[in-house]
Each structure stands twice: as C-alpha cells, then as structure tokens.
Design a protein around this ligand. Structure first.
Ligand code: NAP
Length: 254
C-alpha cells in the first residue's frame, strides 16, 4: 500500500477520541471520519475529523462516499454485524479493540477474515502485549520459577482486571496467583513477578493515558499492511516481528 493509510473510526467515546487524536497527529494515516451513535449532523471536529451519526449514513454509502483502507472499532460488540459484509466486499482491513465480543461475534470476525485482514485485540496497548510476549518467553525458559501477578487500579474498579486474567491464562498459572489492589486514581498497573532462587525478575506495565490505545492501533495498522488476509491477534504481530528480528540478528552475527 503506498501513501497514507485511510482510516475510518467507529466509536468516538472516551477511548475513540484519544485514538482519533493519535491517528490525526500521525502523518502515516488519514483519519477520514469517526462514527458515533448520537451525532445528528456531520460535525467538523479538531483537525477536520468528520464526526458522523450512525443514523445519518448506512455503511455502504459511507464507504462509497468516503472510502477507507482500514476500519478501527472502539464502539460496541454490535457494530461488526453492521459493517462486516461491506468490509468483506471491499477488502477493508479491520482493527477491532472491542473487549466484550461473544463467541458468536468472534466466530463472525474469523469468518470475515477469509476475505480481508482482521485483527481483534481486547487489549490494544503495545506495552501490555509486549509484556505478555516477554513473560511467555521467560515462562518457557524457566518453568521452575514462581510466578505472581499483581494488578493495581483506581478505587472504583469492581472486578479483577481482564488483562491480569489473560496474563494468568497465557502463562498457565492459577487465577489465585493474581493480587488486586484498589487505591486512589491508579489508571492501570500490571506486574508479573518471576521468583528464582537467587534472583527476581519483574515485568511491569503502567498505563498513563488512553492515547496508548492509539499508539497500539497505529502500530497494528502499520504492520498489517505486510500481512495477507486472515485473523490475527496483537501477539501474532509481535511474534512475527520478534522472530524476524531474532533470525536477522543471527544471520548478521553469523
Ligand atoms: N482493546 C482495548 O485496549 C480497549 C481499550 C479501551 C476501550 N476498549 C473498548 O472500546 C469500546 C468503547 O469504550 P469507551 O470506553 O470509549 O466507551 P464509550 O465512552 O461509551 O464510547 C463508546 C462510543 O461508541 C459509540 N457507539 C456505541 N454503539 C455504537 C454503534 N452501534 N455504532 C457506532 N457507534 C457506537 C458511542 O456513541 P455515542 O458517543 O453517541 O454514545 C461512543 O462514541 C468498548 O467496547 C471497550 O471495551 C478497548
């Protein structure tokens, strides 16, 4: 793909706005429009982003009038069923950040991937995904080390963090090994602690601002152009990059 990647954004709420601001400031992308539930007219917001209400234009019309190469979804699990067939027909790449897809929604996303590139990432920050890959590698190298997971969030957050549960799952450790602290206004802290007999390794990720979701989206979009049609996770992208780096490093050293 040459030139800028043209992007449409579905969902212009807390996360969507932060993502929009990152994409609008990145010269690799042209953010053509953002869609939300409630806009009653096409609004020109900062940096000329068109903010459109879902009632105003059916997806087919939107893609015809303002074509995009990729769609980024920060709205609700329902949306994919509204735009899916149009993406399939036009071969538009999908980056979906929706964290609450049902099994049926995920099956549908996988079915779309027969005709286009689909990335589904319930946690789309580069840092957490890197932490997961690094922790998986260390777990493989040192299965004898004790593992504990610590997550800290703002006082009102009710449940154990989904990200912490995901980390426990991929490391194959019991959910009992997760410690949750709720205090003050902490945005998000995840830590994986590996206890060895004579040393300790701590992998830590701190969330600072929602714009981190935008950095993750930009990274995914820029990498997906090198992938063929198919269903991917963020980890798949990082693993491909890591294996290329390791292989090339080895060749260079040899
Ligand atoms: N993967 C990740 O790392 C990550 C990070 C953050 C959030 N998320 C996910 O992103 C989604 C949004 O989170 P949020 O905190 O930004 O929520 P939010 O503030 O409630 O924003 C939701 C946005 O989506 C719009 N929307 C809802 N249903 C829609 C539909 N059917 N079609 C088009 N637009 C629709 C809403 O329109 P109105 O503005 O008109 O209400 C709003 O702009 C959630 O599913 C959340 O799990 C994922």
């Amino acid at each position: 793909m040459s030139g800028k990647i043209r992007v449409g954004l579905v969902g212009y709420g807390k996360a969507g706005r932060a993502v929009a601001s990152v994409l609008a400031d990145d010269s690799r992308f042209e953010l053509r429009w953002a869609l939300r539930r409630s806009a009653s007219a096409v609004l020109q917001e900062r940096d000329g982003i068109n903010v459109i209400g879902i009632e105003q234009k059916p997806y087919a019309e939107l893609f015809e009038e303002m074509p995009v190469d990729a769609l980024v979804d920060f709205s609700s699990p329902l949306s994919i069923h509204g735009y899916g067939e149009e993406l399939r027909r036009r071969g538009i790449t999908l980056v979906s950040a929706i964290s609450s897809y049902s099994q049926g929604d995920l099956d549908y996303a996988r079915a779309l991937a027969a005709d286009t590139r689909v990335l589904c990432s319930p946690n789309i920050t580069l840092g957490i995904n890197f932490l997961i890959v690094a922790a998986k590698l260390l777990r493989k190298i040192a299965p004898f080390a004790d593992v504990e997971i610590l997550e800290q969030h703002f006082r009102e957050k009710p449940d154990i963090s989904g990200t912490a549960r995901k980390i426990a799952e991929v490391l194959d450790v019991d959910g009992e090994r997760i410690t949750s602290l709720r205090l003050g206004g902490i945005v998000g802290h995840h830590e994986v602690i590996f206890g060895f007999p004579h040393q300790t390794v701590r992998l830590t990720h701190e969330s600072i601002r929602r714009e981190a979701f935008g950095t993750g989206v930009a990274f995914a979009l820029s990498q997906l152009v090198n992938f063929s049609n198919g269903f991917y996770t963020f980890e798949d992208i990082l693993m491909r990059l890591a294996s290329t780096e390791l292989r090339d490093g080895k060749t260079g050293a040899g």
